[in-house]
Write a protein of this length. Structure first.
Length: 105
């Protein structure tokens, strides 16, 4: 699934997943910790995803899409601009939202 294909809810799940990972690490990550950072109901998580592993698979795709997007802009042939674009697109601050503020690194 590509970034443009995600619903607003799925984007919020990705942001909540980032926040939960930042706060609890992989070992402490559960559907509940993601739900705690998610601005909507836990049942909505289960509507979109079967389990934590499904959320993490989509989260990895989300990160890869963000990384690829860093190279898909005008001027990407200039190494310095490409590097700056990657730094911006891949920065954890990009995913920090009001729901994730307390968990940002």
């Amino acid at each position: 699934m590509h970034a443009g294909d995600r619903s607003e809810t799925e984007e919020e799940v990705m942001e909540a997943t980032y926040a939960a990972l930042a706060e609890h690490g992989y070992a402490g990550l559960t559907v509940q910790t993601i739900a705690d950072a998610f601005p909507k109901s836990k049942s909505l998580l289960y509507y979109h995803y079967d389990d934590k592993e499904a959320i993490l698979r989509d989260f990895i795709d989300y990160l890869v899409d963000a990384f690829r997007a860093a190279f898909e802009f005008e001027g990407a042939d200039d190494p310095r601009r490409r590097s700056n674009g990657c730094s911006t697109a891949c920065s954890p601050a990009r995913w920090t939202t009001s729901s994730a503020t307390s968990a940002s690194p």
